[in-house]
Design a protein around this ligand. Structure first.
Ligand code: F6P
Length: 518
């Protein structure tokens, strides 16, 4: 089932080390372009709905061949096929990883479906019908989605990204933080009769979501709201817990959908409410097109694989610790936050799948803001700081507004930043000198629509999968979030009791101080 070879045990890994050592002072992008007139063609690719320019990365064709050999030696293709076949590759939780099934269409010949796929389509139909009813229900003006992590970041990012396609009569609100200021500010502008609450939690146990859901229900009842069945809906694998909470309307999914991969499931209901059933189907279709590309394209022409291999090169051989995400489209404001969970929760691991400590680095830090804002904040560091931070631009060819000049300026800025990072500028004054040779990738969409967004997300999911496969880790668990949850549960009652026994000195001191201020 899991026949992967850990990267550091392959001959390709050793060869890559030699290649890095022999680069001496390093690879020079400017020279690479000067000596290879077809570099852009060799290192760019049209994948479904996404064009990628990889040519401003610190690799060349021979190095990419070595990296492809690494993917081959690690057994990436077989591991990918195991995921698509539904093998239990999440080995610490003994679960399959089947989010691709959520966007798999019915068989085109109308033939029978495997039970899991039939269930996916039954839920999808029910959920889309609910979304359409809600869209036509003029009495409902506000939808509040309560969830956190994967039950928030994906739907929130996508609803914002697809704002141009949204139903004009519905306002969507997202509440994730247990910080009551967030829910309080949202509820302040709402009326119970015109509001629907979606309680989104895979487990239906996450303390932030349960606390917010309980407060929302109390608010609803205190405001005179009576019809919980009409005004509350749960999106969860734990239907019994939702019923115990008092929610009758539920849309489910299975434990083989990881939280950070769940926006394709019932967790994506707010997306369907925003853009409608046809829009949601287009979103799934875009992701499916990328799935098919990932599943069938040879590794050398497989965009998720090529991106992941560059990531591995930078992280494990160049020592780069982070990647800056620069979406040049304001609707993609939550794109960096979404990618943070996708990549850092998946691959922020220090042991391999057998629990053995790894002798190499895994997930980098992802961070960023939409362009051009980032340019006036931290791009100084990207151009002249001491760290080299690969930048990943997302650029959208067409705009959906009629304001003259803006879009050309936006596009020009994206191109200029990538160019400046690479070419730099020689100046005898050190302050004004730009070293250049700083790598970047441009992901280019013709238009930001449900289909292209679906493809862009699936591209990132598969890229994270490939890195995790090469590192030999379990990309689908997240044990690292558990300790903090347990400790918070233990500390909460102490804020009332003042009991500091057994606590470390700092936590005890802070707790005492917080109690003084209360
Ligand atoms: O933060 C940890 C985590 O388990 C994420 O993986 C998950 O997306 C999030 O909490 C929310 O979990 P749930 O959907 O079960 O409320």
């Amino acid at each position: 089932m899991d026949a992967r070879t850990r990267c550091d045990r392959t001959t390709a890994w050793s060869a890559l080390r030699v290649a890095r050592a022999s680069q001496g002072l390093g690879f020079d992008l400017r020279q690479a372009f000067a000596s290879d007139p077809v570099r852009f063609d060799t290192l760019s690719q049209q994948a479904p709905h996404v064009f990628a320019d990889l040519s401003k990365n610190l690799i060349d064709a021979p190095l990419e061949q070595l990296l492809l050999q690494l993917a081959h030696d690690c057994g990436v293709s077989a591991y990918r096929d195991a995921m698509f076949a539904g093998a239990p590759i999440n080995n610490t939780e003994h679960r399959a990883v089947r989010h691709v099934l959520l966007r798999t269409p019915r068989p085109s010949d109308g033939g029978p479906m495997e039970p899991a796929l039939a269930e996916v389509h039954a839920t999808l139909e029910a959920m889309l019908a609910y979304a359409e009813r809600l869209r036509q229900d003029a009495a409902i003006t506000d939808v509040v989605h309560i969830g956190i992590g994967g039950s928030d970041l994906g739907p929130q990012m996508a609803v914002r990204a697809l704002d141009a396609f949204a139903h004009v009569g519905k306002r969507l609100h997202f509440v994730s933080n247990v910080d009551g200021h967030e829910l309080d500010a949202t509820l302040g502008a709402l009326a119970p009769d015109s509001t629907v609450f979606l309680i989104a939690s895979k487990t239906f146990t996450t303390v932030e979501t349960m606390t917010n859901a309980a407060s929302a229900k109390r608010w609803f009842q205190a405001q005179g709201g009576r019809d919980i069945a009409r005004h509350f809906c749960a999106l969860t694998t734990n239907v019994e817990a939702a019923h115990r909470f008092g929610i009758a309307t539920t849309f489910g999914f299975r434990d083989w959908v990881g939280g950070r991969y769940s926006l394709w499931s019932a967790i994506g209901l707010p997306i369907a409410i925003a853009i409608g059933a046809d829009g949601f189907r287009a979103f799934l279709a875009g992701a499916h097109a990328m799935d098919e590309h990932f599943r069938s394209a040879p590794l050398a022409h497989n965009l998720p694989v090529r991106l992941a291999l560059i990531d591995i090169w930078y992280r494990n051989f160049c020592g780069f610790t982070s990647r800056s995400i620069a979406p040049y489209h304001s609707a993609l404001a939550r794109w960096p936050a979404f990618l943070q969970q996708l990549e850092m929760e998946s691959n922020g691991k220090r042991v391999d799948r057998h629990g053995i400590a790894l002798p190499f680095d895994t997930a980098p830090v992802l961070w960023g803001e939409p362009g051009t804002n980032g340019q006036h904040a931290y791009f100084q560091m990207l151009h002249q700081g001491t760290d080299i931070v690969p930048v990943e631009f997302v650029v959208v060819k067409t705009q959906r507004h009629a304001l003259e000049g803006h879009h050309d300026l936006l596009l020009a800025n994206a191109l200029a930043q990538a160019q400046a990072l690479m070419v730099g500028q020689r100046d005898d004054d050190g302050h004004r000198h730009f070293p250049g040779n700083r790598p970047s990738t441009v992901l280019l969409l013709d238009t930001l629509d449900p289909t292209s967004l679906g493809a862009l997300i699936a591209l990132q999911e598969h890229r994270v999968f490939v890195s995790g496969a090469i590192w030999g880790i379990d990309s689908f668990d997240q044990w690292g979030v558990e300790l903090g949850k347990q400790l918070a549960t233990a500390i909460a009652p102490r804020l009332h009791s003042g009991d500091v026994s057994g606590l470390d000195g700092s936590t005890a001191g802070l707790l005492r101080r917080l109690r003084q201020l209360q």
